[in-house]
Design a protein around this ligand. Sequence first.
Ligand SMILES: O=c1ccn([C@@H]2O[C@H](COP(=O)(O)O)[C@@H](O)[C@H]2O)c(=O)[nH]1
Length: 311
Amino acid sequence: MAFDRLIENIVKMQNPTVAGLDPKLDYVPESIKTKCFEKYGKTLEGAAAALFEFNKALIDALYDIVPAVKPQAAYYEMYGWQGVKALCDTIAYAKSKGMFVITDGKRNDIGTTMEAYATAHLGHTDVAGESIDAFGADALTVNGYLGTDGIKPLAKICDSDDKGIFVLVKTSNPSSGELQDMKLETNESVYEHMGKMCEGWGEDLMGKHGYSAVGAVVGATYPEQLGEMRAKLPHTFFLVPGYGAQGGGADDVKNAFDENGLGAIINSSRGIMCAWKKQGLTEEDFAVAARKEAERMRDEIVGCIGKIKLG
Ligand SMILES: O=c1ccn([C@@H]2O[C@H](COP(=O)(O)O)[C@@H](O)[C@H]2O)c(=O)[nH]1
């Protein structure tokens, strides 16, 4: 199962974190932008080339210490098809460096359309008998609120193609409680019920390290719920956004882990991409600063949870 590969990367690097690649043109240093605009003009193509250069430098700075990257699709779509190409190129580059790639797309729809999303992001597209990877990520974030028929096509591809999904359970944003904290007739909350559905969807997709291919997104900004979910969902691997720029710290995420220091991967996007700002460096030093911040984040979290080991 895909999360076995992720877990093995985490244990090898002793690092349960993922670097978010949410590139905006504002974050890209002038030197890269100038080079790309000279080549392609101030066009979507020029912008997308700059994003890819920026991402490549971040990946080069991180791939030997950070096990995974999480490109957020919105930041690529914002630059049109040229941006989407930069997403494809980023995924391919990160994979060529041995990183586990989680596309943050939060896709959801009815079963037939989810089958298309699953094929696009995780499977192989059939082109007149030729089977081709469209995006080729290892895992995709999805919204499970359309129910089981929306998840089934993804589960099928997780099984056949060694992929994983992270289903939104308790998101990190300030308004997440408006719906997700509501109590059902059974007195459980909506997020708790969604978490249980993830355990159910993952039942036939168990990996060798105790976690299924159906993971959950649970925000670092809700540490109590994170601990509650860890206790209630023993086979569900967590993707935990909200560390860094959204205010979460190591103390907030420590409850996401099991007794072996496994069970979760903590994301930081702006905190890593824009680390130079906090380190008193120039934007040209963004990659050095990103590595320093990734090391600091790793050490802070591992300092709280201890050595990470296979059970
Ligand atoms: O509940 C959620 C689900 C996803 N995200 C995504 O994670 C990153 C967070 O970025 P930071 O810069 O580290 O705040 C971003 O891509 C979100 O779309 C989330 O924040 N919360």
